[in-house]
Ligand binder design. Structure first.
Ligand SMILES: [Zn+2]
Ligand SMILES: [Zn+2]
Length: 336
């Protein structure tokens, strides 16, 4: 659920407008240029935040962790986390509701600040994940690296982090034509790197103003910027890795996705991953009101405000038709 920015990846010549297409459109692109972009993105936005987090802890010797750092860390984490969950995932990838263009643009910016990939690339990758879930072609399945403890560990490492170094890039013309048609959204998506910088500047400037010092600014850049990116990334990646190997399976779905209810709050509701794979069209991942789903709470608030509409929550009958009688049986679901 991350990687590169589509804006700099050229469409193969035979797929450009006005050119005769001599072969079927390729679903994925794999060449040295794409892999170079992936490596650069991986180092800048996946590896660097790890070092940034270590540096933030070391910097405590220079500047203590205060209320400002805590507030910035939490606020930026929530804003960018909802940008990913509600914007990138529920709205743009699955079209589980309709939104006013201004709301869509704000969600796209908030999601971009997370540094988990440009909007169009992210959507294309995630649609491919749903298409190939836990089978060949899935960009980040933990279940394709062999059996036994060694295979499972290798699978977890691949799906959590290592896949992003280099992978087949989903052709966005195939996977995200709806987004490419939306010119204003593509304009926002093209500024992906600027949004990341904005997400780093906001805590830095606020920190500088509050503390009236350079060390205060740097401290808030660390906690509201790099640590925040680090924390959110590992939470999102844990859905790709752990929740495709562990968790309960109340609903039939063809892959190994599981629910991890105790993580519902910190994942903005994404931890209801089995529910999500069973009903990808639903803006609610919890499906029942008592299952914590902060992403859906935001969608409901926006609906009450008239800013989003047409929520496609599955009916009771549809849900019951997919329910597995033994709710905690991983094998029952896997076999179905
Ligand atoms: Zn999944
Ligand atoms: Zn999804």
């Amino acid at each position: 659920m991350a990687e590169t920015d589509v804006e700099s990846i050229p469409e193969p010549a035979e797929h450009q407008p006005g050119t005769a297409r001599s072969e079927p459109r390729r679903k994925t692109i794999s060449n040295s240029y794409v892999h170079r972009l992936q490596r650069r993105h991986f180092l800048l936005f996946d590896v660097l935040p790890i070092f940034g987090t270590v540096a933030a802890v070391a910097f405590l010797a220079v500047h203590p962790f205060g209320v400002t750092e805590l507030v910035l860390l939490l606020a930026m984490w929530i804003v960018t986390g909802l940008g990913i969950s509600v914007g990138y995932h529920r709205l743009f990838t699955h079209r589980s509701f309709k939104a006013a263009p201004s709301v869509a643009a704000v969600l796209a910016v908030c999601g971009s600040m997370a540094g988990q990939g440009g909007l169009v690339s992210w959507v294309a990758l995630h649609r491919r994940h749903h298409e190939c879930s836990d089978r060949e072609g899935d960009p980040h399945s933990p279940n394709l690296a062999g059996s036994g403890l060694k295979g499972r560990l290798r699978g977890l490492m691949h799906s959590h982090f290592l896949w992003m170094r280099r992978h087949e890039y989903p052709n966005v013309v195939h996977y995200a034509p709806d987004l490419l048609k939306n010119r204003s959204l593509v304009r926002v998506a093209r500024l992906y790197y600027y949004w990341i910088v904005l997400g780093l500047l906001i805590p830095t400037v606020i920190g500088g103003l509050v503390y009236q010092s350079w060390t205060g600014a740097v401290s808030c850049l660390f906690w509201g910027g790099l640590v925040r990116i680090f924390v959110l990334e590992h939470i999102v990646w844990a859905i790709n890795s752990f929740l495709h190997m562990f968790g309960t399976r109340p609903y039939r779905s063809r892959e190994q996705s599981g629910n991890g209810g105790i993580f519902a709050l910190i994942t903005f509701g994404e931890a209801w991953h089995n529910n999500h794979h069973a009903f990808p069209e639903s803006p609610s991942f919890g499906l029942d009101w008592y299952r914590l789903d902060p992403g859906y709470w935001l969608v409901k608030v926006l609906e009450i405000s008239g800013l989003v509409w047409d929520l496609k929550v599955p009916s009771k009958d549809r849900r019951e038709s997919k329910r597995i009688s033994d709710k905690s049986s991983p094998t029952a679901g896997a076999a179905a």
